[in-house]
Design a binder for this molecule. Structure first.
Ligand code: 3HC
Length: 704
């Protein structure tokens, strides 16, 4: 597109309107800043123009720099848009709808005034892609709203709703969501056309003293983020840049901001985070679901089962404003489930993340029902009953009987055959999988499973539904464990098998926490309850005589050490405290059982622990890709990021493995195949990738 069409300049009486038109989100792609500057120059040169408005066409103001352009070595622009705004002798009003993010908000901050519709959101989310606001945002925002709130916004990357941004002082005027933004902005510009001096944020240092007035806000922020931001540099560079705003004159602060930005833009951390940003968006594109496939309207929902999972799923609907009926066989089970839901909400109210009135509104959207006939008119139903095929079949027979034509029928099974479940109905094309991760109201991943008969419309609707209920949806085909749990299963086995060789749970957990996981996998097991994995292993062993049980893990369950809920699992826990403590009893058990298995305990390096866990899953993911259960490696990454807490600054499981190279990964797996036997047999695809020097993220090109 030429610069002329990316940015338009038109006169509305005495007001020059600069419209950025770079769909879909008006990112500042090459040509956009140049077009804006040319328009400002045109407005300045025209004697009839008294003031200007900067506005975005389509659904948004400006969503920031074009993220795809980073790392392409484009030389920085000689003249910046905000320098052009600040040099203008005529006032410029930024008119915001949709999003003003990153470079978008920075441009607005360079303007003299800002007006927005109430539905708009503003923010500086650069930290989320491992960057900092490199267009003056770290210098202007603290001057505009004070360094304390600015620091919070910049280090969190939070999108701030317009009303709140108005109260903070980021926006001068907020108009109703259905207001006519362009007319209001023109009116505002006319009002301000003759007001002098022109307000420039760079000239007002009056709020900066706040940084030192009540203690050192920068040190306090570093302490606050220390755990979450470990191993990362971007959050700290963001803090340094805001600190520079408070300590240096404006122009020097801008130079410092640029230096700190440059350090980040080429960092592995930012590359991985940018990759994760696009992987999440790529996951929305399903090659076998044609563009334009109709998406069904979901206005009402039903959930079968009020257990932990069903309750969490019902909360997702209620949180998104969708009325939801929850069905259980008995009133008692329903009451118990609703009590659990209320407790969950009350925790949020106590923490201050939800207000009591909103909690009641959400609760009011949930209805208890005990009869299938009561849910028949719902647009979607999600089954979340006991994980047993015969039980699911009975439920789906009932759903087939009562659900209206056109209803979407979904199962939350985490492993069972979607085709068999669908076969219990007379409409298998209307049935799919919607696998939530525990706790369902918290974990972001929604694994959308396509059965062999699931229609593209059902898959498209389930993906869209995922977005509506604020999840990160990603799709895959039907197999035992689907994509996420199947690719994770070898990791779960390998961590216990390493104990048989003399490794200790606390060693494994330390390695994975150091790698960036919020918790170690053994501590996670204790949190979830060790009986769950045990039941799954028994089920698999019954179905597959070659299935390898995990004697040490099984023994713990037999000893009644089920995890946090019994005060002891892989670790022991003090009453009322969730901190895992290594337990000599477990160490003894491991040593004894390991000896009984004929093993001589040995030392493990951190590198071996990390690779034993993650490579086993990389190999399985390759098999999943090979079988075309997954469209592409980046979907595996999305699932690991949102389903298993894989550290985002490593990009995702497969992106991380790409950093090591397919050849090295293959060599190590082949060596472990020699040493340990079949479970490490390299997938054919992995071998092919290594032989051809193809990256995991290009794997789909070899699968066809
Ligand atoms: N650069 C390039 N592409 C972008 C983009 C950006 N900043 N923002 C969005 N896109 C693309 C997406 O990749 C997607 O493309 P696709 O259709 O080909 O997949 C399309 O625009 C639509 O995006 P979403 O699917 O995310 O649309 P939503 O409506 O769900 O969300 C949004 C809109 C909230 C704006 C979200 O896209 C977003 O968070 N974008 C990134 C915002 C951001 O991080 N801005 C800061 C950029 S860095 C910067 O400005 C540096 C500066 O300080 C120097």
């Amino acid at each position: 597109m030429s610069e002329d069409t990316l940015v338009r300049f038109e006169k509305h009486g005495a007001i020059g309107v600069i419209t950025v038109d770079n769909p879909p989100v008006n990112a500042l792609s090459p040509g956009v800043p140049e077009g804006i500057i040319a328009s400002v120059d045109a407005g300045i040169a025209d004697p009839d123009v008294k003031a200007m408005v900067l506005i975005g066409a389509g659904r948004s103001f400006i969503a920031g720099a074009d993220i795809r352009q980073f790392g392409k070595g484009r030389p920085p622009l000689k003249r910046k848009t905000y320098d052009a705004f600040e040099a203008s002798p005529k006032p410029i009003v930024a008119a915001i709808h949709g999003y003003a993010l990153g470079g978008g908000l920075e441009n607005a901050l360079g303007c003299h005034y800002r007006i927005a519709v109430a539905s708009a959101k503003v923010g500086l989310p650069e930290v989320l892609i491992g960057l900092l606001p490199g267009g003056g945002g770290t210098q202007r925002l603290p001057r505009l709203i004070g360094p304390k709130i600015a620091l919070d916004l910049i280090v969190s990357g939070r999108h701030v709703p317009a009303e709140e941004a108005g109260q903070m002082g980021i926006l001068d005027r907020v108009i109703p969501a259905d207001g006519d933004l362009l007319s209001e902005a023109i009116k505002f510009a006319e009002e301000m056309a003759d007001v002098r001096p022109l307000p420039l944020i760079r000239n007002d240092d009056s709020k900066l003293g706040e940084a030192t007035a009540g203690g050192d806000i920068f040190e306090a922020k570093k302490k606050q983020i220390a755990r979450k931001a470990r191993n990362q540099i971007a959050p700290y560079n963001n803090i340094k840049a805001v600190q520079a705003a408070c300590e240096l004159p404006f122009d020097e602060g801008i130079k410092r901001e640029r230096e700190l930005f440059e350090e980040l833009v080429s960092s592995d951390e930012s590359k991985a985070l940018r990759y994760a940003f696009f992987a999440e968006r790529e996951a929305q594109k399903l090659p076998d679901v044609p563009k334009g496939t109709p998406v069904r309207d979901i206005k009402t929902a039903a959930v079968i089962g009020a257990g932990t999972m069903g309750g969490g799923i019902a909360m997702c609907f209620a949180d998104a404003g969708i009325p939801v009926k929850v069905l259980e066989a008995s009133q008692e089970a329903l009451d118990k489930g609703f009590e659990r839901i209320r407790n969950n909400y009350e925790v949020s109210v106590k923490r201050g993340s939800l207000d009591a009135e909103e909690m009641e509104a959400r609760f009011a959207r949930m209805e208890k029902v005990t009869n299938y006939d009561d849910i028949g008119q719902c647009d979607v139903v999600i089954e979340a009953v006991y994980e047993e095929m015969s039980v699911k079949e009975i439920v789906f027979k009932e759903l087939d009987r009562v659900m209206k034509p056109g209803a979407v029928l979904l199962s939350n099974t985490s492993a069972l055959d979607i085709d068999q479940i669908a076969a219990a109905t007379s409409r298998p094309e209307e049935v799919g999988g919607a696998h939530f991760f525990s706790p369902a109201n918290v974990m972001k991943l929604l694994e959308v499973v396509k059965g062999s008969k699931t229609s593209p419309e059902i898959t498209a609707t389930t993906m869209a539904l995922g977005k509506i209920i604020a999840k990160a949806p990603a799709a895959c085909g039907n197999c035992d464990g689907f994509l996420a749990n199947r690719s994770r299963a070898p990791f779960n086995s390998e961590m216990v098998i390493m104990l048989e060789e003399g490794c200790m749970p606390e060693q494994v957990d330390k390695v994975m926490v150091d790698f960036g996981y919020p918790m170690g996998p053994f501590a996670v097991g204790d949190l979830a309850g060790l009986d769950i994995g045990f039941a799954g292993r028994k089920r698999r062993a019954e179905a597959d005589p070659n299935y390898r049980m995990l004697p040490i893990a099984d023994k713990l369950v037999e000893m009644g050490r089920l995890g946090q809920k019994t005060g002891a699992g892989w670790f022991k826990y003090e009453k009322g405290d969730r901190t895992p403590h290594p337990d000599p009893e477990v160490a003894d058990l491991i040593r004894t059982m390991s000896k009984e298995m004929g093993n001589t305990p040995r030392e493990f390096t951190e590198d071996e622990i990390l690779k034993r866990l993650l490579f086993s899953s990389v190999n399985e993911a390759c098999k999943i890709l090979e079988e075309k259960i997954s469209y592409r490696a980046s979907d595996v990454d999305v699932m690991w990021l949102y389903g298993f807490g894989f550290p985002r600054y490593h990009g995702g499981l497969m992106y991380w493995a790409d950093g090591l190279g397919t050849q090295d990964v293959y060599n190590q797996i082949a060596a472990w195949h020699q040493q340990y036997g079949d479970r490490w047999a390299p997938s054919a695809l992995l071998r092919k990738l290594a032989d051809t020097g193809t990256a995991f993220r290009e794997a789909h090109t070899l699968v066809g």
